[in-house]
Design a protein around this ligand. Structure first.
Ligand code: FES
Ligand code: FES
Length: 158
């Protein structure tokens, strides 16, 4: 049996009919077409599906859509409010902190949650808090550099 709910996503309200077992990830991708939130493992192991829930990073494959009612959901599509890339997105691009980009929305949203809590996190903190976001191609050093505001050395741009 479906339930009528209202979700607030990227600053807009959506009225939806969902099954009790629908995850937030399913609703974002399959009902709303917000494909920036990636389905990797669908098991809570890769971080690709990370979104912000009231500013905190959560795995949308493990969260029931019903449990997002009354909360503010931010997906990668809603990170920037200006239509331009968010500064964190731009920094990932500028420093070549991505390759195929599949993990990148989740990486950026986890990074954003960390930086909202602490604008100057230590390298150890970044590594610990980003440990749930897996990347199969780029590696992690440039992601850590972006978050620490370390510029890419000349000649090493992607
Ligand atoms: S798809 Fe959610 S953690 Fe991998
Ligand atoms: S950039 Fe390809 S998985 Fe991370």
């Amino acid at each position: 049996m479906k339930t009528a709910i209202e979700l607030r996503i990227n600053g807009e309200n959506y009225e939806l009919l969902v099954s009790p077992n629908n995850t937030l990830l399913e609703v974002l991708r399959e009902k709303l077409g917000l494909m920036g939130t990636k389905r990797g493992c669908d098991l809570g192991a890769c971080g690709a599906c990370t979104v912000l829930l009231d500013g905190e990073a959560v795995l949308s494959c493990l969260l029931l859509a019903l449990d997002a009612v009354g909360r503010e959901v931010t997906t990668i599509e809603g990170l920037s409010e200006t239509g331009e890339l968010h500064p964190l997105q731009q920094a990932f691009v500028d420093q070549g902190a991505l390759q195929c980009g599949f993990c990148t929305p989740g990486m950026i949203l986890t990074a954003q949650a960390i930086l909202l809590e602490d604008p100057r996190p230590t390298e150890a903190t970044i590594k610990k808090k980003m440990s749930g976001n897996l990347c199969r191609c780029t590696g992690y050093k440039k992601v850590v550099d972006v978050m620490r505001g370390v510029p890419t050395p000349a000649g090493k741009e992607a």
